[in-house]
Ligand binder design. Structure first.
Ligand SMILES: C[S@@+](CC[C@H](N)C(=O)[O-])C[C@H]1O[C@@H](n2cnc3c(N)ncnc32)[C@H](O)[C@@H]1O
Ligand code: SF4
Length: 373
């Protein structure tokens, strides 16, 4: 049987740092693009020689801001992946893009390099909130970038952050109605989370702004689900919505607990080595990563074998995010707690599948910590 494999490539640079973001992203005065390409290739080659996997089924350039990459770097990486592995025909190859005019101007070159899907970080459709979020683009620039993308790519998705400070249900309803006019097949709609270590964490703690209470957040989530379902874009995952057949193959690999290689600073992976599933973690610092790859062919900081219990827990944590749920035949669970969560309307069981309800998905962390004692 063919063993499928997905590949994640992390580009860790941004033009500026958004105050809410805790992704591994850095601002650099200069980037040696040839050196980066060489190191990506060396780390890919290391994984090719180490992990199992016959066919690449999806590739994702994430960040940071991979739309700041040179198209020839993207092309060099994709050609090298084709040299190393069999790549499935029509393989989904996504690149995350920030919607500034400079980056939109590179979309055709990214397509020529092999990208067939873009994920555009729109984040908000009004300039006041974009400014608050520290974005480098206006709403109009985002709309223009979408227009450019639609002339070039058959598949594209957008990211929006809602549940912003002071955002009312009515305001979000109006903004989401406008967003629906530009959503084509797929959208990721995230509630703003205040992440530790970010500037927002400090200013929020200081009381500079407040985010919606959990009840208000639940109302915003409900409204989002209702509007997206009515528009034929139901959630297939907690924050991800798609028309039938437009789900992201790459993200489904994560949530269905498939194997994926994570390459580049701070990337994580789940791979099989000698028949055993492992969790991999690459060093986060860009300069240290470059040095380590040049010295050892990889920048791995951790590569741990996962026990059957670890794997069951991880598969459950990922699978319950999906509206299709997760097969629990080989995951031992506390029956009493499971029945209680079913009675309380957080979970439902269909044969051997366990599915989180809309209510359960909204408070998934609490559901999981109760279930996984
Ligand atoms: C790696 S990030 C961004 C990719 C790209 N650099 C951009 O900014 O559009 C992926 C997505 O995570 C979401 N995100 C990041 N931090 C978040 C936060 N604190 N709360 C909610 N969503 C967040 C944003 O919607 C973002 O587009
Ligand atoms: S949200 Fe995107 S652009 Fe902003 S800092 Fe994070 S990765 Fe960079």
């Amino acid at each position: 049987m063919v063993k499928p494999l997905s590949i994640y490539i992390h580009w860790p640079f941004c033009l500026s740092k958004c105050p809410y973001c805790d992704f591994n992203s850095h601002i650099a005065d200069s980037v040696n693009h040839a050196r980066w390409l060489s190191c990506f290739k060396r780390e890919l080659s290391y994984f090719k020689n180490t992990v199992e996997g016959d066919q690449v089924v999806s590739i994702f350039f994430g960040g940071g801001t991979p739309s700041l990459m040179r198209p020839e770097t993207v092309q060099g990486i994709l050609e090298y992946i084709h040299d190393l592995w069999d790549v499935k025909k029509g393989c989904e190859i996504t690149l995350e893009a920030n919607p500034t005019s400079i980056e939109a101007g590179k979309f055709q070159d990214f397509k020529n390099a092999g990208i067939n899907r873009v994920s555009i970080g729109v984040q908000a459709l009004n300039d006041r909130d974009l400014k608050f979020l520290g974005r480098q683009h206006s709403a109009q620039e985002a709309l223009s970038a979408i227009d450019v993308a639609d002339k070039i790519f058959d598949r594209r998705t957008i990211d929006i952050i809602y549940a912003r400070p002071e955002q009312t249900l009515k305001e979000w309803e109006e903004e989401l109605s406008r967003a629906l006019k530009i959503i084509k097949g797929h959208a990721s709609l995230y509630q703003l989370t205040i992440e530790q270590g970010t500037p927002f964490y400090t200013s929020h703690k200081r009381g500079d702004f407040s985010v919606p209470t959990s009840d208000a957040g639940a109302d915003l989530y409900d409204l989002t689900q209702d509007m997206m379902e009515a528009a034929g874009l139901p959630a297939y995952e907690v924050s991800n919505h798609a028309a039938e057949g437009q789900e992201s193959a790459h993200n489904l690999t994560y949530w269905r607990y498939g194997d994926y290689i994570g390459v580049g600073p701070g990337a994580h992976g789940r791979v099989t080595i000698d028949g055993q599933k492992h969790a991999t973690r690459i060093h986060r610092a860009p300069d240290i990563w470059l040095d380590r790859v040049e010295a050892h062919e990889h920048g791995l900081q951790g590569c741990e074998a996962l026990s059957k219990t670890d794997q069951g827990e991880e598969a459950l944590m990922m699978g319950l995010r999906l509206s299709e749920g997760v097969d629990i035949q080989s995951i031992p669970l506390n029956e009493g707690r499971l029945s209680q969560l079913v009675r309380e309307g957080d979970l439902m069981q269909e044969g051997t599948r366990l599915i989180a309800t809309r209510q359960g998905r909204l408070r998934l962390n609490a559901v999981l910590s109760y279930l996984l004692v």
